[in-house]
Design a protein around this ligand. Structure first.
Ligand SMILES: *[C@@H]1O[C@H](CO)[C@@H](O)[C@H](O)[C@H]1NC(C)=O
Length: 151
């Protein structure tokens, strides 16, 4: 019971949090570093990543293999800006990369880079698309990514 109450209070706190963006493209809550840590753990388990791979991910190394492809897709799905059916929601990616304190301009150069990355890898399965787009985001926005959506 105590656990349930703590859980519910936690949910209420998150819902009342300051990081809400309401725009024409729908609701997106910017994920924190703690969120990311839990996604990493859950996704490494889900794709059965070896310890060796997990160590690589921690060092910001993402080998071009099927397990890593699906790890990346899993993390992006948990962020809530990717799914196999619809691909990336570039507006949500932009909000996440820009961070909570920045007003996002969806006409700016960063937005265009995100769109280019999301659209440049249409071949392969859903995991491969997520991986290649993810690598492209990192290469294009490396500094911002390290601060906010390092996977
Ligand atoms: C958004 O970016 C575009 C392109 O750089 C610029 O023309 C426009 O004024 C910006 N809008 C806002 C609200 O800052």
């Amino acid at each position: 019971m105590k656990v349930l109450i703590v859980f519910l209070v936690g949910v209420a706190f998150v819902l009342a949090g300051p990081h809400h963006e309401h725009g024409h493209e729908g609701h997106y809550e910017i994920k924190s570093h703690d969120d990311l840590v839990s996604y990493r753990t859950a996704c490494a388990e889900k794709v059965h990543a070896t310890e060796d791979l997990v160590e690589k991910y921690k060092k910001w190394q993402f080998p071009d293999d099927a397990v890593t492809h699906c790890y990346m897709a899993c993390v992006f799905e948990k962020f809530g800006f990717y799914d196999a059916e619809h691909g990336f929601d570039v507006h949500k990616v932009h909000m996440q990369l820009a961070g909570p304190s920045v007003h996002v301009n969806h006409s700016d150069e960063m937005h265009q880079k995100i769109v280019d990355c999301a659209e440049s890898h249409k071949e392969g399965d859903s995991c491969a698309k997520a991986y290649h787009a993810g690598m492209c985001f990192m290469n294009a926005n490396l500094r911002l990514v390290q601060h906010s959506v390092q996977v």
